[in-house]
Design a protein. Structure first.
Length: 97
């Protein structure tokens, strides 16, 4: 008999910050706002330092400037959708030029 719950999965994606000003307050806020829509746990890793992707302070502490390589991890039932949407946000330069 099925419990109705799907098996959670961990998804990881390597991305590069493209926008000129990097992951400053506004983009970090946009990232957190999007990340909190998902049930999955979300983490962002830079140079071995891992922070909660749903914490604006954590993201700001990474000091991720333009060209910074980040690894985004999501674990949970909606991990794939979370990673896909967060990747799209980064790839659109957080709607900045």
């Amino acid at each position: 008999m099925s419990t109705g719950k799907s098996k959670s999965s961990r998804i990881t994606r390597d991305l590069v910050v493209q926008n000129k000003l990097g992951l400053h307050a506004r983009p970090a806020s946009m990232f957190v706002k999007l990340a909190t829509k998902f049930e999955s746990e979300i983490f962002v890793i830079k140079d071995g330092e891992e922070v909660n992707g749903k914490s604006i302070m954590g993201l700001m502490m990474l000091a991720a400037g333009q060209g910074t390589a980040l690894t985004i991890c999501a674990e949970g039932n909606d991990a794939q959708q979370a990673i896909d949407e967060l990747e799209q946000l980064l790839n659109t330069n957080f709607e900045e030029e």
